[in-house]
Design a protein. Structure first.
Length: 342
């Protein structure tokens, strides 16, 4: 971890927080009327700015905005690193996560000091770990900062309803789907998990997610994925929550399979979905869906990893991968075709 860069950023924030506190305690803060913050309107009569009104508001908002700047800077550095080493999949992850944060609808805060200049890094000496670890910290701090500002405006009541509404809208646009495990082997749920329990809360969550994903409508089964994009995204979030919150539920393996399917079909996250297929067949070797075969096709046609494709096709033939019409003959044909490409 690059402690110099992280410590520098935190030091700037700490100094400014102390400065705000000192100004407030000495009674020299420029806004002393106690009136609600002003709003500025553009020609379309839409609010475009919030005027910070007191020390508590300034500190809370500044911490959030500083964390956001750190988060974006970490993602910039990580993009540059992956570009340098030629890891296109992870470069796309970092670019997608950056876009998710950078394009979230926000507004200007009037009355805040300028944020510190972003810290740089020497990519010739940085490692993936030294760049990902501060990113994980910045991500957590930014989410905590957003929650703190939302809570502050909620507690302040009616005069601050406008700011509260803006913050809730901003928080809703921080898409959890665009947050990536840059070390999936250790950041995703472990392969050692086993689903052995019937947990009522997990069963209910699974049914809600399954219905959103389009597997059941009105009690009748239909093809997965016949649903809208936003419903599939919501289903993904629920499946992810189930695996995280109920790791011993009997539904984790099938949830992992559906997570992989949604990542593949709706988000084109091929490098990520194969990790979830693997969890599906590892957590339950008799999972109800053909996880091995599906992983093989992703390795084959999207990731061009022919050795892994052959391995997964062979597993689909030798393990209890659920039978689907033409899957066995197709797998045998692809194994023969790919043996020379490995």
């Amino acid at each position: 971890m690059n402690f110099t860069r992280m410590d520098w950023s935190r030091m700037n924030r700490t100094v400014l927080v102390m400065l705000f506190s000192a100004v407030f305690l000495t009674g020299c803060w420029p806004y002393t009327s106690g009136k609600p913050p002003a709003e500025r309107l553009d020609s379309g009569h839409r609010p475009t700015a919030v005027v910070v009104n007191d020390a508590e508001e300034s500190v809370t908002v500044f911490v959030m905005e500083s964390a956001r700047a750190d988060y974006l800077n970490c993602l910039r550095l990580l993009q540059a690193y992956y570009h340098e080493i030629g890891n296109l999949d992870k470069h796309r992850w970092a670019a997608s996560e950056y876009k998710n944060v950078a394009t979230t609808r926000t507004w200007s805060w009037e009355g805040l000091p300028d944020l510190p200049a972003p810290a740089g890094a020497d990519l010739t000496v940085e490692t993936e770990h030294s760049l990902v670890e501060p990113l994980m910290t910045a991500r957590r701090e930014y989410k905590a900062g957003v929650d703190a500002v939302v809570a502050m405006y909620a507690a302040r009541g009616e005069p601050y309803r406008y700011q509260y509404g803006l913050m809730v809208n901003m928080k809703s646009r921080l898409d959890p789907v665009r947050v990536y495990p840059y070390f999936p082997e250790v950041q995703l749920p472990p392969l050692t998990m086993r689903g052995v329990e019937v947990i009522p809360e997990a069963e209910q969550l699974f049914e809600e997610a399954e219905r959103l994903w389009g597997w059941k409508i009105g009690g009748a089964k239909i093809a997965p994925g016949i649903t809208r994009y936003d419903r599939s995204r919501e289903a993904l979030v629920k499946f992810l929550a189930l695996v995280e919150e109920y790791p011993t539920s009997r539904r984790i393996a099938l949830s992992a399979y559906y997570i992989a399917e949604i990542y593949k079909e709706y988000f084109k996250e091929y490098a990520l979905c194969v990790h979830w297929y693997e969890r599906a067949w590892t957590w339950d070797p008799r999972v109800e869906q053909p996880a091995c075969f599906q992983a093989a096709t992703v390795y084959d046609f999207h990731l061009r990893n022919y050795a892994k494709a052959v391995e997964c096709y062979q597993m689909a033939l030798t393990r209890p991968d659920p039978y689907r019409l033409a899957n066995p003959s197709y797998a045998k044909g692809r194994i023969n075709a790919l043996m020379g490409k490995r």
